[in-house]
Ligand binder design. Structure first.
Ligand code: ARG
Length: 464
């Protein structure tokens, strides 16, 4: 196939090479960014007197018409065009003739792809941020309605201490809030235009990089042309932020799956967010949560793949780098697919507060509170811990709980126990008294919700 770049070549490339080499099948999704970049470049070339005004006008009008055709589904992407940059440039030249051939002055596909990818990912980050904000909204809503919904919290998956569903939701809200800021940090570092880096060594033409950067909405320009075309940190960083985000969704999914089991029955997913079994009529499966947990692997895979692609590449551009796009696109698509369905699944789930309360009432999760009771009466914590341990053992042997053990039995182990011990170890008391900052007491959780809501207000703009 003859190519735009084949000036010094004696023979056409082999069809097998064409197939391996072409990226058009996946980089065609960058058409908007590619066209915007080309229009800004043409405008700058004219303003700097590098091409004629009339040529720039023809280029910009031609690009606009191509954009309209692509959006209307009237544009045919061909493998022979190799990539999105050549597809659009070739079509432009077909349409407007000579000015089209001037567009590539002072530019290379190396800075073009670096530009397109950054422009595209900036927009995708913004979409993901907003999806995260609506998940945060859902979490705050569930928390507000469940401030006093006592449930056991676990360590080693053993019932450990009393918490509430609200406290639990806000734990995830805090993780996801950090994900929002990680994405914002990433977008901020990505926000520099590489356009004008050329192939790697800039250009002898008097270009104005600041102008194209401004025009395209960047906060500045990349400061070194070699780095400008070689850098894929921004994509790696995004994949890393997305991987951490998926870790959070995956842990959350795991809990939802457990909570849906008959062993827990803390929540019940709505029918529209569950699936049935083709053979077992009694089954209601949490497929959405399982798929989110499963898809986390794809996103991690993309991160490791891109790190591996980049790890030994000498400066500047190498064709290996074309492998970045499918990985990043897949990770971004995956996260965008998971977040809204996860949010909706959570928003429509029924909470079984009675089952949570019942699970909290078993398993001696108020044992720490019993020890604290003795400590408040002057006993050193370690002694109080030992006595409570003996009480728990005693209860377990007689199928009693700390709530049902008679006072006389308490007093056999310590005279410090009075009848008010029962109030001290009531689950509601245990939760209410844990009002230290960050704790599960409704008043502490209310502070946590307010803080996340304030964050949402401050970050709910289109800044980045
Ligand atoms: N399709 C290429 C990519 O995605 C664009 C850059 C090509 N540059 C080159 N020198 N072959 O990486």
């Amino acid at each position: 196939m003859p190519k735009l770049w084949s000036s010094g070549f004696g023979e056409d490339t082999d069809a097998l090479v064409d197939e391996l080499n072409a990226s058009i099948s996946f980089d065609k999704r960058l058409y908007r960014e590619d066209i915007a970049g080309s229009a800004a470049h043409a405008e700058m070339l004219a303003r700097q007197g590098i091409i004629e005004r009339s040529e720039a006008d023809a280029i910009i009008a031609g690009l606009g018409a191509i954009l309209a055709d692509i959006e209307a589904g009237r544009f045919e992407f061909r493998q022979s065009d190799e990539d999105i940059h050549m597809a659009i440039e070739a079509e432009l030249t077909r349409r407007v003739g000579k000015p089209g051939k001037r567009l590539h002055t002072a530019r290379s596909r190396n800075d073009q792809i670096a530009l397109d990818f950054r422009l595209y990912l900036k927009k995708e980050i913004s979409k993901i941020r907003h999806m995260l904000l609506s998940l945060l909204e859902t979490l705050c809503g569930i928390a507000e309605n469940n401030l006093d919904a006592v449930m056991p919290a676990y360590t080693h998956l053993q019932r450990a201490q009393p918490s509430t569903l609200a406290h639990y939701m806000m734990a995830y809200a805090n993780m996801l809030r950090r994900d929002v800021t990680r994405l914002e940090d990433c977008a901020e570092r990505m926000d520099f235009s590489p356009l004008g880096s050329g192939a790697l060594a800039g250009t002898t033409y008097p270009i104005d990089r600041e102008m194209t950067a401004r025009e395209l909405g960047f906060s500045g320009i990349t400061e070194n042309s070699l780095d400008g075309v070689s850098d894929r940190d921004y994509a790696i960083e995004l994949l890393s932020a997305l991987s951490i985000l998926m870790t959070h969704l995956s842990r959350f999914s795991e809990e939802i799956i457990l909570w849906c089991s008959w062993e827990f029955r803390f929540i019940e997913l709505s029918d529209s967010f569950s699936t049935g079994s083709s053979i077992m009529p009694q089954k209601k499966n949490p497929d959405v949560a399982e798929l989110v947990r499963g898809k986390t692997g794809r996103v991690y895979g993309a991160l490791v793949a891109l790190l591996t692609v980049m790890k030994a590449l000498p400066l500047a551009y190498n064709k290996d780098m074309q492998e970045d796009k499918e990985q990043v696109f897949d990770a971004v698509d995956t996260v965008k697919k998971c977040l809204p369905v996860f949010t909706a699944m959570l928003a429509t789930a029924a909470i079984r507060r009675d089952n949570m309360r019942a699970a909290a009432a078993e398993g001696f999760i108020n044992a720490t509170d019993c020890a604290d009771y003795l400590t408040r009466r002057g006993m050193p914590f370690r002694d109080a811990y030992a006595i409570t341990g003996r009480l728990v053992k005693l209860c377990a042997g007689e199928k009693l709980t700390l709530e049902t053990l008679p006072l006389a039995r308490y007093r056999e182990l310590s005279e410090l126990f009075e009848s008010d011990v029962y109030d001290a170890i009531r689950l509601e008391t245990c939760v209410r008294e844990r009002r230290s900052a960050g704790g599960p007491a409704p008043e502490s959780v209310r502070v946590q919700i307010e803080s996340v809501r304030r964050f949402m207000e401050e970050h709910n703009d289109a800044r980045i």
